[in-house]
Design a protein. Structure first.
Length: 287
């Protein structure tokens, strides 16, 4: 499949769901899907916990297993002294990103909307050019992933300052490690000062790395699925063969994207937890 066709079917920008209607220009496809994702999670959580039973079954059992598993995992990372503050945000981050990633695998996401054939792009007859998709996975929009990463870093800073204070943060970043004294200690202090400058640069780039990693993987998945669905056109196969291949060939890639969606949600949450642990850990906590 040529690059112009891919660019026509999958774009970087989130588009208004109302097409060229100016009244709905603020409502983009990724905002709509993010709202649906949020509402879906809230409704499922409310229904699962509406009638709590001592011996959980069904969705209550699933939610309790998920919460307990995430709690135990995150407690081992951020520590007992921080899990109470951070668990709600980190767990919500994981669930929201996971559902957003998997939402993009539903049929019609990215392919239902408004548009017309572009005379400048030679599209196969069986492929429709959708200029304004109604649905687009939120995590395939860089605005959303940047927002999640920025919020995570703001909360990281707030929690770190609450836990160790301004002085503790400066010591954590620029302080010499190893307990050396004398000339060796002075030399190490100079070294760790420059290391601290590099650490500040690293902290400043965390929102970019977090957001681009998540966005890049989900956006790449969209492109791969688009290519696999239209692979029959590359070989100029008959229409019936093209339709059959468009159903069969993407199946392994759907399985792969399910795994990628889970891993990316887990990595995003875990990296945020590690950042919190690094700046809030205490020496005495090892005991």
């Amino acid at each position: 499949m040529n690059l112009s066709l891919i660019a026509a079917l999958v774009t970087l920008n989130a588009t208004p769901v109302g097409g060229s209607n100016a009244f709905f220009s603020w409502l983009t496809s990724s905002i709509l899907v993010s709202a649906i994702t949020t509402i879906t999670i809230i409704v499922l959580a409310r229904r699962a916990t509406a009638k709590m039973a001592i011996v959980p079954t069904g969705t209550q059992n699933l939610f309790e297993w998920l919460v307990e598993s995430l709690y135990n995992l995150l407690e081992g990372v951020v520590g007992r002294h921080m899990i109470g503050k951070t668990f709600g945000f980190l767990a919500s981050l994981f669930v929201f990103i996971l559902v957003s990633n998997w939402f993009g695998l539903f049929p019609g996401v990215g392919s239902i909307g408004w548009g017309q054939a572009d005379p400048n792009i030679a599209l196969p007859a069986a492929v429709k050019h959708v200029d304004y998709p109604i649905f687009r996975p939120g995590t395939a929009d860089l605005n959303l992933t940047l927002g999640l990463a920025a919020l995570a870093m703001v909360l990281w800073l707030v929690w770190s300052l609450q836990e160790v204070g301004v002085g503790g943060m400066i010591k954590h970043i620029f302080g010499a490690k190893g307990g050396m004294t004398g000339i060796a200690g002075l030399a190490m202090a100079v070294v760790f000062f420059f290391v601290g400058i590099l650490e500040v640069i690293s902290i400043g780039t965390r929102p970019v790395s977090l957001s681009m990693r998540l966005f890049g993987n989900i956006f790449a998945g969209e492109n791969i699925l688009t290519m696999m669905i239209g692979i029959g056109h590359d070989f100029n196969l008959p229409n019936w063969a093209t339709y059959v291949l468009s159903v069969i060939v993407p199946i392994p890639f759907y399985m792969l994207e399910l795994l990628v969606g889970l891993l990316q949600a887990f990595v995003f949450m875990l990296l945020c937890a590690v950042y919190i642990q690094l700046s809030t850990s205490h020496d005495e906590e090892a005991h």
